[in-house]
Design a binder for this molecule. Structure first.
Ligand code: NI
Length: 167
């Protein structure tokens, strides 16, 4: 495993729609290891492959480690099968937009299907923070960041805030 450089918005690679992974190869295992190591070091609770410049549909998430209950998870080719009608608004940060958190409204619960590192198809219903985090990471796989979920007015304010903190 190795630490990877996390790309920062507005890097053009964060806008690319990632390609599906045809097969879980040793390279995908290595990428997943790199993503987890880089996520923990950042420190964060989710990281998507395009954030380290790999334009493929892989993300990692660990919603418990900051509370002392590590649960590293790797998602290959994630697909949202169902979304709840009820929504929730949370302040979301992003490792590619350090220092800026913005309120994003998303479905409160999702049903997610993905392939694990053993090549098995998995399915789970995600709620709470995990649901928001997975949707945030899948947005990355589709070339979207939190800013793309904002109104034009809120986006302009958030972008100005990022310029300030990175100056
Ligand atoms: Ni992010």
């Amino acid at each position: 495993m190795s630490l990877r450089v996390i790309l920062r918005w507005p890097d053009a690679r964060l806008r690319m729609v990632c390609a599906p992974v045809p097969e879980v190869t040793p390279e995908i295992h290595a990428l997943a290891g790199d993503l987890l190591e880089t996520m923990y070091a950042a420190p964060g609770r989710g990281l998507a492959a395009p954030q380290v410049g790999e334009v493929c549909r892989v993300f990692v998430m660990d919603t418990g480690w900051k509370e002392g209950v590590p649960q590293p998870r790797v998602f290959v080719n994630p697909e949202i099968l169902a979304r709840s009608d009820d929504t929730v608004t949370r302040a979301e940060g992003c490792l590619s937009i350090p220092g800026v958190s913005v309120d994003v409204t998303r479905p409160a619960e999702i049903t997610l299907r993905w392939t694990d590192l053993e090549g098995r198809v998995q399915q789970d219903r995600l709620t709470g923070f995990a649901a928001a985090c997975a949707q945030h990471e899948i947005d990355h796989l589709d070339g979207r960041v939190t800013f793309d979920r904002l109104t034009a007015e809120a986006r302009a304010l958030a972008e100005a805030q990022f310029v300030d903190v990175s100056a």
